[in-house]
Design a protein around this ligand. Structure first.
Ligand code: FAD
Length: 506
């Protein structure tokens, strides 16, 4: 069978960070060395951003989809398991909550667990919502097992992701992609020439070489060489809602066994992350430069980070928002060149493979029908907006008023889309569910409850269940889950038994 005359013949990826190598690995896998030639250009002199180490459960699907052995990947990237995120000091100083992966409880007589719990809670039941989330209970106890291996038990509904070493992930995926036919070129792109239609035609490299392709994937990071610089596509700025615009990142030695969750602890003008890997811990302080200097942010991070410094601190400036068009002409932007929402819920890497999924769905030929790009942009930008609203939720619902930053968060005018969701929820806990959204009810319940927003009433149908059996069912579920979790291996024991990495330096 011959290819259609206008079929793409060659795709060029510009950039070899997490975005570039995920794109290369997925395409190599998808096209099975047929269809198109794939070339990736990157520069060791420029390097990658080097952060981006906390993932979410769809990342495990990506690994499986690429036929990568999970245990081998964990060893190679010094990864640890992640069951969710612990938020400290967000609603008020001294308060904490957990955003777990997987389920919270199970439906009771066709009513959502959350609604049943709400009824119990409104009548004085002493439980916390997280007592019923298997991932949260495992995280609290520092225990881990693969939930799908215990499907019919109280921990069967948990889900997990990984904390990974970003540089090792790029290296791993590079080997994977090169073995499947992707060609890597070392070089610095200095210019992009456009043809009469405004399509990128060729790239000029610093050493005088030129590179041509039918389609380009811009993975050049915040530089946005093609989508921004060459094609001049604008950027929708979301900094009026998400005030943080810088991060300080540093790596330290582990001081104890890695905890199976990411820590996000609020600070005076932002928040601090702790991401434990097998061989070291990633630390960062995300903050707003309008309220804090780099020096102060660095001092705060270094005061709080445990363990001896291994690398950093380094300053990472960023601008929160999304491209007006993520795909324009024959350039698709992916990763940081497409947009960035601060890393609070670890969504950026997810948006990379989501972007590739949609690219395959709307795969163009050399003419790049603008309708395909328009539909792609509609879907992807909807994803970015949905995630944006979910992140803003963590800030705008704060009750903190102890610093100018938190007062600004509390008093901000939030996007209408989020305001409507919150108003709907306040009544009797209803959620507005979109099409194919990343954050599902469990996520919204966790953050809303964690931030202290509880509806005034529960769904009327829950009254089909009488109070005594409802309370009994909750007590039983809580007890069974806690009991089972106590029998599981610790996170460290699980790693040691199944996927311990050779401990080496950087
Ligand atoms: P980069 O890593 O910057 O790669 C850019 C590539 O382009 C490099 O290979 C570079 O050499 C190449 N390049 C640039 N210019 C040229 C040129 N002229 N010629 C040739 N090559 C060039 N995401 C998560 O999912 N979880 C997290 O916990 C998380 N934490 C983050 C924390 C911070 C502070 C920030 C800023 C981001 C975080 N992210 C996180 C996002 C994540 O880091 C990125 O989405 C991911 O690393 C992808 O980056 P990238 O590949 O787009 O860019």
């Amino acid at each position: 069978m011959t290819a259609a005359p206008d079929a793409l013949r060659k795709i060029c990826i510009v950039g070899g960070g997490t975005a570039g190598w995920i794109a290369a690995a997925i395409m190599a896998h998808h096209f099975r060395g047929k269809l198109f030639e794939i070339e990736l250009i990157e520069s060791d002199d420029i390097g990658t951003i080097g952060v981006g180490e906390s993932t979410i459960p769809p990342f495990m699907e990506l690994i499986a989809k690429l036929d990568i052995n999970e245990q081998e990947f964990i060893r190679a990237t010094q990864a640890s398991f992640k069951l969710g995120i612990e938020f400290q000091d967000w609603s008020r100083k001294g308060e904490r909550y957990f955003h777990p992966f997987g389920v919270i409880g199970q439906q009771i007589e066709l009513s959502d667990f959350y609604q049943c719990w709400l009824k119990a809670k409104l009548s004085g039941h002493d439980s916390n919502l997280m007592d019923f989330a298997p991932a949260a209970v495992m995280a609290r106890e520092g225990r881990f097992m693969l939930p799908f291996k215990a499907r019919n038990t109280p921990v069967g509904g948990a889900a997990y992701a990984l904390h990974v070493d970003a540089k090792r992930v790029a290296r791993y995926l590079r080997t994977h992609a090169e073995a499947r036919g992707v060609r890597r070129t070392e070089g610095i792109v200095v210019d992009a020439q456009l043809d009469g239609r405004g399509f990128v035609e060729r790239l000029a490299l610093k050493d005088g070489r030129e590179l041509t392709a039918d389609f380009f994937i811009d993975c050049s990071g915040f530089r946005a060489l093609l989508i921004g610089k060459a094609l001049g596509v604008g950027y929708e700025d979301w900094s009026e809602w998400l005030l943080c615009d810088r991060a300080i990142a540093a790596q330290t030695q582990n001081v104890g066994p890695p905890r199976p969750y990411t820590l996000a602890q609020a600070q005076d003008a932002g928040w601090r992350w702790r991401i434990p890997l097998q061989h070291r811990t990633g630390n960062g302080h995300v903050f707003s430069s309008a309220f804090m200097s780099d020096d102060e942010a660095t001092r705060i991070l270094m005061d709080q980070a445990e363990g001896e410094l291994v690398a950093g601190p380094m300053v990472v400036p960023f601008k929160t928002g999304v491209r007006d068009q993520i795909w324009h002409k024959n350039v698709l932007s992916l990763g940081l060149s497409a947009g960035f929402i601060e890393p609070l819920e670890s969504t950026a890497i997810h948006l990379i493979y989501r972007g590739m999924d949609f690219f395959f769905r709307y795969l163009p030929d050399r003419n790049c029908d603008p309708h395909l790009a328009a539909e792609y942009n509609r879907r992807m930008i909807a994803d970015y907006r949905e995630i944006r609203d979910f992140i803003i939720l963590h800030y705008c619902t704060t009750q903190r008023d102890d610093t100018p930053f938190w007062r600004a968060c509390r008093d901000m005018q939030v996007p209408d889309s989020l305001q409507e969701r919150i108003a709907l929820f306040r009544g009797n806990g209803a959620l507005r569910e979109g099409l194919d959204e990343l954050f599902r009810p469990v996520s919204w319940w966790s953050v809303l409850e964690g931030m202290g927003l509880r509806p005034g009433a529960y769904h009327p149908l829950v009254d089909r269940i009488d109070e005594p059996p409802l309370l009994r069912a909750l007590d039983q579920a809580r007890g069974q889950l806690a009991e089972l979790v106590r029998t599981l291996p610790t996170h460290q024991d699980f790693i040691d038994a199944h996927c311990r990495a050779e401990l080496s330096g950087q």
